[in-house]
Design a binder for this molecule. Sequence first.
Ligand code: OGA
Ligand code: MN
Length: 309
Amino acid sequence: MTATATATATATRTGPTAESADPIPSQAFEVRGFDAAVGAEIVGLDISKPINDADFARIHRAHLDHHVVVFRDQDVSPEAHIEFSRRFGPLEIHVLHQFHLNNHPQILIVSNIKENGEPIGLGDAGVYWHSDISYKPRPSLGSLLHAQELPAEGGDTLFANQHLAWDALSTQLQQKVLHLKAEHSYLAKYEDLRAKNPWRPKLSQTQIDEVAPAVQPVVRTHPETGRRALFVSEHFTTRIVGLPQDESDALLAELFAHSVKPEFIYRHAWKPHDLVFWDNRSLMHLAAGTPDKLRRKLYRTTVIGDTPR
Ligand code: OGA
Ligand code: MN
């Protein structure tokens, strides 16, 4: 555009929102896809600095294309972590309020650390494959997990691409499960976990009421990309609606085994200051585990998503 045309166009507009130039400068960052079934790293971006619409669109695109994006070297405060997360949607307040960060209920502390004999966070988060909050009518769009303190060994997180899992199902199984629905429950494994980890809080009646089971499609269509994904998990899915329990158990066992085949997986080995943002509509994830004697602490925000369809 010539200088004259620009001046004319600007002059005919009214009010600051009509100005096309974004006042926030772009950040020079790179998106580098991993050589894996999912995942990319973003290098050179500081999520605690203002992010303009063009940069945000690139980040959003990378999240949709790669399903898990690793923002390297993020030295961010809880406030900045929350503010960045909110750009993707409203935030979940996790039912385990015992493990909210002080004054920041939007952050769940994921940690195996005990202080004065008391757990400071959820120490066994993700020990079964799952998609966050699938037990609520509106499960999570995605979660943003920020490393605070990492163990010298262990502590990896695995991600399994459920679009690939759907694509790789036999045509026969695809037809069988396409229109099925399944029940998901936060309580499915809660007592088992409490038996293994007695520090897990006993849920109050209010907490139990907050996590009444939800029915979800076994196969969901990603609301932004239109791709189908399997949406059942060993952690939360209790039964296929309308099938006798033995048939339901057998079908779920088959789907669980299929959904986490090695070719669908990216294993994240955490680096200091990583902030990992995954798509709960596309992926399941699993905590590989941390030796008890080593400390691990991360902060999680969870963006609320759509009703799965
Ligand atoms: C989570 C989770 C896994 C991990 O925070 O939602 O499942 O490796 N975490 O900490
Ligand atoms: Mn999780």
